[in-house]
Design a protein around this ligand. Structure first.
Ligand SMILES: NC(=O)c1ccc[n+]([C@@H]2O[C@H](COP(=O)([O-])OP(=O)(O)OC[C@H]3O[C@@H](n4cnc5c(N)ncnc54)[C@H](O)[C@@H]3O)[C@@H](O)[C@H]2O)c1
Length: 255
């Protein structure tokens, strides 16, 4: 087990499933203690158990990020239980209902922006405040999407929230740079998780990766671990000169 993140504490939102779960396991392999934050309580407990069995320290924080007023409290609870926060991974995300502009219902738009964008911003705000107060030095990774870079075949509320997250990453990197906080984004393409079950079974996913607007250069569906590898890299000492960037793990789907 690499020890590069030993002594560091990470929060992974959306840590109960898919890319978030793979990231939790990747971070504990690198030695970090991980706060698993997700609205799916049973999923959180399962990942915490998995983390412990892998020899890591994982702590459960069941929480719905749509409750924006309670975000300062959940960050304070992580601090109280784990003593510090060094790394924040904003991975929780929702697609919302697949509506075009002309179909768009305001509650659908607001819900998607609240979880994918506003909650990520508030988590960054409260975590960054703590990091600055303890003298600076930390990593933030926001999970965007190849949908942010493509005009067709993505729900527009989702694609817009993920594009805004890229700009939020850039702007925040500029603000937090003087505090030695790296802020980057990762933009996955089609990845086999609960979220892409909506696209169909494994065969349907493979077809989408092989032809049509979601096609990638390898005709390969990513696994959550493929994305987690990029996220974990952005938390390791070797990536210290990288900030304000978006790393694409979509196998060239949007080159
Ligand atoms: N799977 C893909 O193809 C793909 C592609 C591009 C981007 N992404 C992004 O990757 C991230 C992870 O998604 P995934 O594919 O692992 O999907 P997933 O559905 O397996 O995981 C998403 C997690 O976010 C949690 N979550 C959702 N809303 C929440 C809320 N209000 N509060 C707390 N937790 C909440 C869910 O409970 C779930 O555990 C998302 O931001 C998604 O938009 C995924």
């Amino acid at each position: 087990m690499s020890a590069e993140l030993t002594g560091q504490v990470a929060i992974v939102t959306g840590g109960a499933s898919g890319i978030g779960r793979a990231t939790v396991l990747g971070l504990i392999q690198a030695g970090a203690t991980v706060a698993v934050l997700d609205r799916d309580e049973a999923g959180v407990n399962a990942v915490v158990e998995q983390g412990k069995q892998a020899g890591g320290k994982t702590v459960a924080f069941p929480f719905d990020l749509a409750n924006s007023k309670q975000i300062p409290d959940v960050v304070a609870r992580v601090l109280q239980q784990l003593g510090r926060i060094d790394i924040l991974i904003n991975c929780a995300g929702v697609t919302g209902r697949f509506q075009s502009l002309l179909e768009m219902e305001e509650d659908n738009w607001d819900f998607v922006q609240a979880v994918n964008l506003k909650a990520a911003m508030l988590m960054m705000k409260h975590v960054a405040r703590h990091i600055i107060d303890r003298g600076g030095g930390g990593r933030i990774v926001n999970i965007s999407s190849s949908s942010a870079f493509r005009a067709r075949n993505s729900p527009i509320a989702y694609a817009s929230s993920k594009a805004a997250l890229v700009q939020l990453t850039r702007s925040t990197a500029a603000e937090l740079g003087p505090h030695n906080i790296n802020v980057n984004a990762v933009a996955p393409g089609i990845t086999a998780t609960a979220m892409t079950k909506a696209l169909g079974d494994a065969e349907a996913l493979q077809k989408a990766a092989s032809s049509g607007p979601l096609e990638n250069l390898f005709h390969r569906v990513a696994q959550p671990e493929d994305v987690a590898a990029a996220i974990v890299f952005l938390c390791l000492p070797g990536s210290r000169q990288i900030t304000g960037q978006t790393i694409h793990t979509s196998a060239g789907a949007v080159v």
